[in-house]
Design a protein around this ligand. Structure first.
Ligand code: UDX
Length: 849
């Protein structure tokens, strides 16, 4: 289950103190004091009611467009005066006497029993030939990290707590004592009869001798909700799950053209793959994610596809069991619905999740605008939004009733709606008895890393995210071998490919010895057809400049065939090998003067500005990495800006990594602009333990273009330095930057006054190290600007190699330098990548070749 609280660092607080602290932390992050009621003058429209709530006022201050401001004002007024959802909803679950049920089903040795404080937990089993009924009562169970024993009661005893067992199990041993439990009141009843629908098949593994016999295997729809550019990983995921009897229904975030285009190609050859045309901007935690799932389910119900289950997955999920195992499991559990519950007290969950707050989605953001009241009369539940839902339940969801329409309205204004909507419908619907507390997933939660309020740019709330599995986490996955989990998340080959490789070998056996590029990964960063997201201006400048420089080097000096022009930068990829970033690839088209054909090339480039240690002595010999980049991902402890593109409006971060040492010490960073002016000074303490950390200076924007230098000073001596390029932008969004702004970007900034103390340190450094001097922007005439840009860019990036995509005979006549064909290299994006190749369907197995 997910837990969006910030980490309980000292681990000393009791559960409740921790919760309250965390909640306070959340609220503090959105302090909106000293705000006034907004009037017509400021809003530009008449709000339907007086808007005085500080959260709403804050949202209205921050929203940019009038449409969004109007939506915020309208919804806040509506929720306050006349909520667009019922005050009470019907509870239609026939087992009314059970306040809350956690169905554990049949469990075996060592399986943890989770108890919810204050709730009755019903354990239901059945004895059927194919399925296990071994109740494991001997080892006790863990709650809140503490092991407790169990106590059993048999026959006519009516215990207040403990396990009431059916007679057949009376001879089992139940040592331990429940009374030690931390203040809670726990009751477990074990029913043998009257609940035959909850048969133990639900959560039990099919026994080894289980055969499908007359039961047809289930057909699954994999509902993929995707964003980003990890296309090759999505291809790999589809390959792993594919069978001609299953289906793929894919939604791609409306803002991600490249993923959509690349996956659309699959529709042409695979009839069981379809992309949704009802596309939404599915921001993290947004109401739009529920709309997307419901739209998809409605499309699926209306489609001619014949399916039994729908399982939603993202680009960062991957199977950890074979498809066969999944199909067998669902076939014996076809009546049931798999969702994972939060496992806390309901009220805590509601607060933690912000269910009682109103959120409004616009401008691709969830704005928090005030409180809201939960409809009464139903059981509230939630947890993970990764689900496996049965066809009858999905039919019911799509057909709708009062419960569903009421909850749909309520969740329109709720953060992370998909994490609670399905659970709550299930608990209160006629399908309540089909609820299984298992989302079939193992999730890599590392809350001390994943709960850093990292979604503040899209939601007014502090959200958490699971971490990416790395090779070191392998045991976590391997240990699920006997558990009823079939998927894991998250995987990102751009961060760690070896874990995916290890997993696939584990699942499907060793790769053939001649399998190409197992440990290489390419991810597209730019495609010339992209409209959304708009390409990064710095990337275009750097890509075009390097393509220009590479093109110049293509022809030999004595050739008759001259390059006419660099026609177009086509694509940019990052290239990774053995979990290391190995550079980036630019793909471009070139015309030659005596050849009408355009030729396609790819060049492998490398950002060469690294940290340099000048004095490698204690404690600086602990320094392992020292670079400037941006987009530091606090959860994964790395910069996602591999190419280290920094434009005049980018906020740079200094990333420094240290090995462990014996004592802590202080270092100072001096930021010098291309004119050697000291722009910022930051100090930080480096602790004894190994760490990766970052410093984010406040620099005046726009940043001066050219090469900046950061000095690492320890005890008044520069021990190391690093440089970074602020990309020279002469256009922003295809428009030339006005001359007035160009000069601001390019002139010295006169920041001398406040940092005088450092003059001698800087002077000593400058006297001892010769730095790049191509920095300065001297002549702004059109022809010179290009050569200035190219000069600057080649002092920050190297071109390592170039290949030609399609070799042609006339090339020799053209006098092109000897060039390798891209497909023959190991680094080009055209190099074979069979792990992500989707070819045809294998007629025998029904899987992909
Ligand atoms: C966690 C939980 O696992 C998930 O249940 C919850 O919905 C969000 O928090 P996390 O890893 O943080 O997941 O989110 P992520 O998997 O990145 O995103 C959730 C879904 O939203 C994915 O399907 C993803 O593709 C989609 N998404 C995310 C978008 O479509 N666009 C975005 O900009 C971000």
């Amino acid at each position: 289950h997910r837990n969006k609280l910030p980490p309980d660092k000292d681990n000393s607080a009791s559960s409740n103190e921790y919760f309250n602290k965390a909640l306070q932390h959340r609220h503090n992050n959105y302090k909106t004091d000293n705000l006034r009621v907004l009037g017509v003058d400021e809003l530009g429209f008449v709000p339907p009611c007086d808007i005085s709530g500080r959260e709403c006022v804050s949202a209205l201050h921050r929203a940019k467009t009038e449409t969004c401001k109007q939506i915020i004002a309208n919804i806040s007024c509506l929720i306050k005066t006349n909520p667009p959802y019922p005050k009470r909803l019907p509870h239609q679950c026939p087992t009314n006497d059970v306040k809350q049920t956690t169905i554990i089903g049949c469990f075996r040795d060592g399986k943890e029993i989770k108890l919810l404080p204050g709730y009755k937990t019903t354990l239901i089993y059945t004895n059927s030939q194919e399925n296990c009924i071994d109740l494991c009562l001997q080892s006790g169970f863990a709650y809140a990290g503490v092991e407790y024993g169990t106590e059993c009661f048999c026959g006519n005893e009516t215990p207040e707590w403990g396990l009431k067992l059916p007679d057949t199990f009376c001879d089992m041993q139940c040592p331990g004592n429940l009374s030690q439990m931390c203040g809670g009141h726990y009751t477990i009843n074990v029913f043998k009869t009257g609940v035959s629908k909850f048969i133990a098949k639900i959560a039990s593994e099919p026994s080894p001798n289980f055969k499908h016999n007359n039961i047809p295997p289930v057909r699954i729809v994999f509902l993929l909700t995707l964003n980003g550019r990890a296309v090759r990983q999505v291809y790999r995921l589809i390959k792993a799950l594919f069978h001609r009897d299953h289906y793929f229904f894919i939604h791609v975030d409306a803002r991600h053209d490249y993923m959509f285009r690349e996956l659309s190609k699959l529709e042409l050859t695979l009839s069981n793959v379809r992309l949704s045309r009802r596309r939404h901007s599915t921001i993290w935690g947004g109401a739009s994610l529920l709309t997307t799932l419901m739209d998809a389910m409605s499309d699926l119900v209306q489609s001619s596809w014949d399916w039994d289950f729908v399982i939603n997955l993202s680009e960062s999920d991957f199977p950890i069991k074979s498809n066969d195992a999944l199909v067998k499991f669902l076939t014996v559990n076809r009546e049931h619905n798999f969702v994972k519950s939060h496992g806390r007290e309901v009220q805590q969950f509601i607060q933690k999740q912000g269910l009682d707050k109103t959120f409004v989605e616009c401008e691709a953001r969830m704005w928090r605008v005030g409180e809201k009241e939960l409809p009464k009369g139903i059981i509230w539940d939630g947890g993970s939004d990764w689900l496996a839902l049965s066809r009858p339940f999905v039919d019911y969801l799509v057909a709708g009733d009062t419960l569903i329409s009421g909850l749909s309205q309520f969740f329109k204004y709720t953060l992370l709606p998909a994490e609670s909507f399905f659970h709550t419908v299930l608990r209160n619907s006629p399908f309540c008895e089909t609820y299984i507390d298992n989302n079939l997933h193992v999730t890599n939660w590392k809350r001390w890393l994943g709960c850093k309020c990292q979604y503040r740019h899209v939601v007014d709330w502090c959200g958490c995210s699971p971490n990416v599995f790395r090779y070191d986490d392998w045991n976590r996955i391997k240990n699920t071998e006997k558990k009823q989990v079939y998927f894991a998340r998250k995987f990102e080959p751009i961060i760690n490919l070896s874990i995916i490789d290890t997993l696939e070998v584990w699942l499907y056996g060793e790769y053939p010895a001649d399998f190409k590029n197992r440990m290489s990964y390419w991810q597209n960063l730019y495609h010339y057809d992209d409209v959304y997201p708009a390409p990064d201006e710095s990337l275009l400048i750097v890509g075009n400049s390097l393509a220009r420089v590479a093109t110049k080097h293509l022809t030999t000096s004595h050739t008759t065939c001259q390059i006419r022009t660099l026609d177009k930068l086509l694509q940019v990829f990052t290239y990774h090998h053995k979990d290391k970033f190995k550079g980036f690839l630019i793909q471009y088209e070139v015309s030659f003067s005596n050849n009408s054909n355009k030729l396609l090339f790819e060049s492998w480039c490398w950002p060469k500005l690294q940290g340099i240690i000048i004095l490698n002595k204690d404690p600086i010999n602990r320094l392992l990495n020292f670079i400037v980049s941006s987009d530091f991902d606090k959860k994964e402890q790395m910069s996602r800006n591999f190419i280290r593109l920094i434009g005049p409006y980018t906020e740079p971060v200094l990333i420094h990594q240290w090995g462990a040492g014996e004592h802590s010490f202080a270092v100072t960073f001096l930021w010098l602009n291309p004119y050697d002016e000291l722009i910022n000074v930051t100090s930080t303490n480096i602790e004894e333990s190994a760490l990766i950390t970052f410093s984010k200076p406040i620099l005046p924007m726009p940043l001066s273009q050219g090469i900046w230098t950061v000095l690492l000073v320890y005890e008044n001596v520069t021990m190391a330095y690093t440089q970074f390029l602020v990309t020279p932008l002469h256009t922003i969004k295809d428009t030339s930057i006005p001359a007035s702004q160009m000069s601001t970007i390019n002139k010295p900034q006169n920041y001398r006054q406040s940092f005088e103390d450092w003059t001698s340190v800087i002077k000593t450094f400058k006297n001892s190290i010769v730095l790049e001097t191509k920095n300065k922007f001297i002549d702004r005439t059109k022809t010179k600007i290009t050569s200035w840009v190219d000069n600057l860019i080649t002092s920050a990036y190297n071109i390592l190699e170039t290949c030609i995509v399609i070799p042609c005979k006339s090339l020799n006549d053209c006098g092109l330098k000897e060039l390798v064909t891209c497909a023959e290299t190991s680094w080009s994006s055209y190099s074979p990548d069979p792990k992500s190749d989707i070819k045809s369907i294998n007629k025998e197995s029904g899987t992909l070749n």
